[in-house]
Design a protein around this ligand. Structure first.
Ligand code: FAD
Length: 406
C-alpha cells in the first residue's frame, strides 16, 4: 500500500485548495447566512452558479467519477484527498459537481443506465444543469433493512406504475431537481434480494408530490434539503427501470461503496477544520490568566483529536484501496469506516464546540453544522448498528464454519 498522492491528485489538490481559499472561503459564510435569512431558501443561488462555471473552467469538475470519458478518471484512493479538502466547506462539493446524492445517482447511471437513460439524465447531471434525488427510505417501515420497502413499482404491460411514500429524500428542495431514483417492490414472490426495482422518475410527472421539507436538528440544508414525497399512480414506460426489474439490490451495493468513502473523507475534512479552529481559539483566548490551551485537559483533548483524525484517514484510505482493488475485504472495510469516521468527527467537533464556548454553538461558526452532519451520518446510509452487524458477521464467520454467515 502506497498512500503518497499520485501526481494527478497532487496537482488537483493544489488547484482545488487555491480555488477554495480564493473563491469559496471568503464568501461561504455570508452565502449560508443569506440563505438562512430568506423566507424562501429554495432558490438557485447566483453565487453557486457563478462558482460552478469557474470550477468547470478550471477542470475541478466531476472529480469523483473514475471514468475519464465522463469525469476525472481517478481511483478512490486518488479522489479521497480531494473529497477531504471539499469537506472543509458546505458548498464546495456542489460547486465541483461532486455532491451527494447526485454523485451516487450518476454512478448508478454510468454503471447500469441504458444509452437512452444516460443521454436523458446522466449527461445533464454531469453538466450540472439538473439535480437529482434518491428515494428509498419510507416513514412507515424500518428502512435500515432495505428489504422492508413497501412502496410498489408494479409492471403493467410495457409500463411500470409507482405508489408509495418516501422521506428523507435529499435534494428534492433544489429548484433544479428534475429526476429521482425510486426504489419499489416489484415482485414479492421473488427471493428477498430480487423483489425491488429502481426506477427513474421525472419530478414533474403527475402523481409525484413533495409533501413537505424536513429539518435535520433544525438545519434545513437549503437549497437541496430533505423532503417527504408521495407517489400516487405514477405511470412510466418500463424503460424507466434501471438495469431491469428486481435489480435494485445489486445496484444499491454498487452505489454505496464509493459513496461511503466520499462521505467519510468529507467528514475528515470537517474534523480537520474543527481541530484547526479549536487550536486557534485555544491559543488566542485567555481565561483565568492562561491561554485556553493551558487549562484543564485541553492539550490532551487536542492531541487525542489529532490521533483520531490521522487514524481515521488511514482507515479510509485503506478501505478505498481495497475498493479500488475489488478485494473481498472491501465490504467489511467500508462498514468499518462508516462507523468509525462519523463517530470520530462528532467527537472532534464536539471538543471544538466546547473550546469555543457559546460561539461554538452559534451559527457564526461552522461547528454546529459539522456536528449535525456527523451525527446524521451515524444514521443515514445505514445506522452504526447495521454496519457493526456486518463487521461482526464477517469476523465471526472466520471461526464458525458457516454457522455465522447471516
Ligand atoms: C440527513 C439525512 C439524509 C438522508 N438522505 C437520504 C436519501 O437521500 N435517500 C434515502 O432514501 N434516505 C435518506 N436518509 C434516510 C436514512 O438512510 C435512513 O434514516 C436510515 O437508513 C435508517 O432508516 P430508518 O430511519 O427507517 O431507521 P430504522 O430502520 O427504523 O432504525 C432505527 C434504529 O434502529 C436500530 N437498528 C436498526 N437496525 C439494527 C440492527 N441490525 N441492530 C441493532 N440496532 C438496529 C438503530 O439504532 C437505528 O438507528 C437520510 C437520512 C438523514 C438523517
Amino acid at each position: 500500500m502506497d498512500f503518497e498522492h499520485s501526481p494527478r491528485t497532487h496537482e488537483l489538490l493544489t488547484r482545488l485548495s487555491a480555488f477554495q481559499e480564493q473563491e469559496i472561503d471568503p464568501r461561504e459564510q455570508a452565502h449560508l447566512h443569506d440563505l438562512q435569512a430568506r423566507a424562501d431558501p429554495w432558490i438557485l443561488s447566483p453565487l453557486i452558479e457563478e462558482l460552478k462555471t469557474k470550477a468547470k473552467a478550471e477542470g475541478l469538475w466531476n472529480l469523483f467519477l473514475p471514468d475519464e470519458r465522463y469525469g476525472a478518471g481517478l481511483s478512490n484512493v486518488e479522489y479521497a484527498p480531494l473529497a477531504e479538502r471539499m469537506g472543509r466547506s458546505l458548498i464546495t462539493a456542489e460547486v465541483c459537481n461532486c455532491n451527494a446524492p447526485d454523485t451516487g445517482n450518476m454512478e448508478v447511471l454510468w454503471h447500469f443506465g441504458s444509452e437512452e437513460q444516460k443521454e436523458r439524465w446522466l449527461q445533464p447531471l454531469l453538466d450540472g444543469s439538473i439535480r437529482s434525488a434518491f428515494c428509498m427510505t419510507e416513514p412507515e417501515v424500518a428502512s435500515s433493512d432495505a428489504t422492508n420497502m413497501q412502496a410498489t413499482a408494479t409492471l403493467d404491460g410495457d409500463e411500470v406504475v409507482l405508489n408509495g411514500h418516501k422521506w428523507w429524500s435529499t435534494g428534492v428542495g433544489h429548484p433544479n431537481r428534475k429526476v429521482l431514483i425510486f426504489m419499489g417492490l416489484t415482485d414479492p414472490d421473488a427471493d428477498r434480494y430480487h423483489q425491488h426495482s429502481m426506477v427513474l422518475v421525472p419530478l414533474a410527472e403527475p402523481g409525484v408530490k413533495i409533501e413537505r421539507m424536513l429539518q435535520t436538528m433544525g438545519f434545513i440544508d437549503a437549497p437541496a434539503g430533505h423532503g417527504e414525497v408521495s407517489f400516487t399512480d405514477v405511470r412510466l414506460p418500463a424503460s424507466a427501470i434501471i438495469g431491469g426489474p428486481g435489480e435494485a439490490f445489486a445496484i444499491a451495493q454498487a452505489r454505496l461503496g464509493p459513496g461511503r468513502i466520499h462521505h467519510c473523507m468529507r467528514l475528515i475534512g470537517a474534523a480537520e477544520l474543527a481541530l484547526e479552529l479549536a487550536c486557534r481559539r485555544a491559543t488566542e483566548r485567555t481565561a483565568f490568566g492562561k491561554p485556553l490551551a493551558n487549562l484543564g485537559g485541553n492539550r490532551e483533548r487536542i492531541a487525542d483529536a489529532r490521533i483520531a483524525i490521522d487514524q481515521a484517514r488511514l482507515h479510509v484510505l485503506h478501505a478505498a484501496w481495497l475498493v479500488d482493488k475489488q478485494a473481498p475485504a472491501a465490504l467489511g472495510a467500508v462498514s468499518q469506516i462508516k462507523v468509525a469516521v462519523p463517530n470520530m468527527t462528532q467527537a472532534v467537533v464536539d471538543m471544538a464546540i466546547q473550546l469555543h464556548g457559546g460561539a461554538g454553538l452559534s451559527n457564526d461558526m461552522p461547528l454546529a453544522g459539522a456536528w449535525t452532519a456527523a451525527r446524521a451520518l451515524r444514521i443515514a446510509d445505514g445506522p452504526d448498528e447495521v454496519h457493526r452487524g456486518v463487521i461482526a458477521r464477517l469476523e465471526l464467520a472466520r471461526y464458525g464454519k458457516g454457522k455465522w454467515s447471516s
